[in-house]
Design a protein around this ligand. Structure first.
Ligand SMILES: CC(C)(COP(=O)(O)OP(=O)(O)OC[C@H]1O[C@@H](n2cnc3c(N)ncnc32)[C@H](O)[C@@H]1OP(=O)(O)O)[C@@H](O)C(=O)NCCC(=O)NCCS
Length: 172
């Protein structure tokens, strides 16, 4: 953990064996609605669910009541803003194949792909980032957007479900 990391309230952090979490300097993690204008549905929760999983959170990031769950790799750049109640996952958690889904313990049947959030990205409240998403620097993800796998260019404004690029922050 970098220097000057601030916690408002206690987050839930749950790391499985042989996984890692790094948090950059001056990042602020809020888990209590008393410290933010919006209402948080839950504490910030950060967890790894498989050995080898790696979560990297950059410096000067702001997080409010997010849920970040990692099976393989989630990288969040510096100066990223995660609005209230954002969800970021790199796994489907369960197989798409219906046969034996309920009790499957075969990880190879479960979709997993790394998630990358570039520097200075602003993610609106209640947005969801799913496995395989890579968002370019400076982008904005609209409130409530559900972003599915893809490489999204720098400065994209993403909105909707499934999220589409509706503009660029670089254009007037
Ligand atoms: C994405 C956002 C920044 C765009 O703001 P804006 O540039 O002022 O855009 P507008 O309100 O003029 O809307 C532009 C278009 O995007 C659409 N749009 C805006 N927000 C949207 C959303 N959340 N989901 C889907 N479409 C959206 C509008 O319907 C409009 O579509 P149209 O051109 O077909 O009419 C803003 O809508 C937003 O979601 N802000 C996030 C707020 C937030 O969650 N803050 C964090 C709190 S912790």
């Amino acid at each position: 953990m970098g220097s000057g990391v601030v916690f408002y309230g206690s987050p839930q952090i749950k790391l499985c064996m042989s996984s890692s979490l790094s948090i950059g300097a001056r990042t602020v993690i809020c888990s209590d609605s008393d410290y933010t204008a919006l209402a948080l549905n839950h504490k910030t929760k950060i967890s790894t669910i498989r050995a080898g999983a790696s979560i990297e959170i950059g410096s000067d990031v702001g997080i409010s009541g997010a849920c970040i769950v990692c099976a393989e790799s989630i990288r969040i750049g510096s100066e990223v803003l995660l609005g209230a109640n954002v969800l970021i996952v790199d796994s489907d958690f369960h197989p798409i194949n219906p046969v034996g889904r309920r009790h499957s313990d075969d990880d190879t049947q479960i979709g997993v792909a790394p998630v990358v959030v570039g520097d200075n990205v602003f993610i609106g409240t209640r947005a969801t980032l799913l496995k395989g998403v890579s968002i370019g620097k400076d982008s904005v993800v609209a409130a409530g957007a559900v972003v599915a796998a893809g490489n999204y260019v720098d400065g994209a404004i993403l909105a909707g479900n499934p999220a589409r690029i509706i503009g660029s922050v670089y254009k007037e």
